[in-house]
Design a protein around this ligand. Structure first.
Ligand SMILES: Cc1ncc(COP(=O)(O)O)c(C=O)c1O
Length: 393
């Protein structure tokens, strides 16, 4: 890989994070402790919640899993979710002893379609799990109406949606549970990391216990400077706690969350203007009275358009020294779900089509203006040569 390769989703790490990690290392306390507590407080404040309503974990996958276990959903019951998501969404449902049921996405917003949710509900449905795709909010008014009418829980997968708002309200605060990711490519990055939020303090308290083996006291409260305290194991838990080393990074990432959002909005707008004349499907305009998280920029390349195929475009961008991604091949494209649930991609045609046409271009706040210019020039050039990848290079 050349030194000027633009890595897809590279996090923006600054001196503040580096100094805080160093201070954490020098403090001798690396595991769950005061920095995690501060990060939870800061994140809760960002979401307009109390400190008792947020728990930092080691991933969004953990947040989804532990959230559904803590919610005491009927074992084996059905959770309606989107086929256009990362496998972790469905896997967490399965690990929680529940059954994923897919509802297709809206072809324009690429978020789960409320009408499809309604059609997927059965007497065994216990929850809806929408994903605010790419940072665009789902239609939460309609989703909450459906949930209320059928008495269903709502678990929001906000892995792309830290800054996302819908009608003045922040993503993750509509449903019973909101789950966030701080994976390296995310809008707030801690390497690996996640957060679960809820307005239900008791649910968060249970999630915290479940996230640390089911123990009644975490290590900070056993070994901290107030003297040893006994713990009791009160639940069959997991090992999902966040470390202070991770929170040290997150504290400063969160301080810059809005500045970085503004930078990504700028990149997004540059791409929209630069690609307006290309034969690609650009993301739909941001809906009124919403705030898009601008996590992913995902144009669509139709197979019959003038230009490369999507897969050729992935290869050609790489040859230009630009890392790209695919978010996502729809879940039913993967063999494990076909084998376990009998899913076929064509059952959810919108997600199938988007998954086969989509390409994610870099949109990290780390990109400098010359990087943005390179991405634009490279992507535009794919449509000037109109040659398949195999015939070039
Ligand atoms: C939509 C979605 N849900 C869940 C996850 C899982 O997040 P994590 O890697 O923090 O477990 C991701 C991560 O990429 C994601 O994109």
């Amino acid at each position: 890989m050349t030194s000027d390769f633009i890595t897809f989703g590279a996090p923006q790490i600054q001196e503040a994070e580096i100094s805080e990690v160093e201070a954490c290392l020098r403090s001798g306390w690396l595991g769950t402790g005061p920095r995690v507590a501060q990060f939870e407080k800061d994140f809760a404040l960002y979401k307009g919640l109390a400190h008792t309503q947020a728990a930092a974990l080691n991933s969004c996958t953990a947040a989804l899993h532990v959230g559904m276990v803590a919610a005491n959903l009927e074992p084996g019951s059905e959770v309606v979710t989107t086929p256009l998501t990362f496998c972790a969404t469905a896997n967490a449902i399965i690990h929680a002893g529940l059954t994923p049921v897919l509802a297709d996405v809206d072809p324009v917003t690429q978020c789960i379609d409320p009408a499809a949710i309604e059609a997927a509900i059965t007497p065994r449905t216990s929850a809806i799990l929408p994903v605010h795709f790419a940072g665009r909010p789902c239609d939460m008014d309609r989703i909450m109406q459906i949930a209320d009418r059928h008495g269903l829980m709502v678990i929001e997968d906000c892995a792309h949606a830290i800054e996302t708002e819908y009608r003045g309200r922040k993503a993750g605060t509509f449903g019973d549970i909101g789950c966030f990711s701080f994976y390296s490519t995310k809008n707030v990055a801690t390497g690996e990391g996640g957060m679960i939020i809820s307005s239900d303090d008791a649910l968060i308290a249970r999630a915290k216990v479940l996230a640390l083996h089911g123990m009644s006291k975490d290590a900070w409260h056993r070994f901290g400077d107030v003297g040893y305290r006994h713990y009791q194991v009160v639940d069959i838990g997991f090992k999902y706690n966040m470390m202070d080393l991770q929170a040290a990074i997150g504290l400063h990432q969160l301080e810059r969350v809005d500045a970085n959002w503004t930078r990504r909005q700028h990149i997004w707008q540059q791409y929209m203007a630069a690609f307006a004349d290309l034969p690609v499907g650009l993301p739909a305009p941001v809906e009124q009275d919403t705030r898009h998280g601008y996590h992913l920029f995902t144009p669509l390349i139709a197979p019959d358009a003038e230009g490369p195929t999507r897969d050729d475009a992935l290869e050609l961008m790489h040859r230009h020294g630009i890392g790209v991604g695919v978010h996502y091949l729809s879940l039913p494209e993967h063999p494990v779900y076909q084998q376990r649930f009998g899913w076929r991609p064509e059952q959810w045609p919108n997600a199938e089509r988007i998954g086969r046409q989509t390409i994610s271009l870099p949109i990290s706040p780390k990109l400098v203006d010359s990087d943005i210019a390179r991405v634009i020039a490279a992507f535009r050039s794919l449509f000037q040569h109109r040659a398949p990848a195999a015939a070039t290079g």
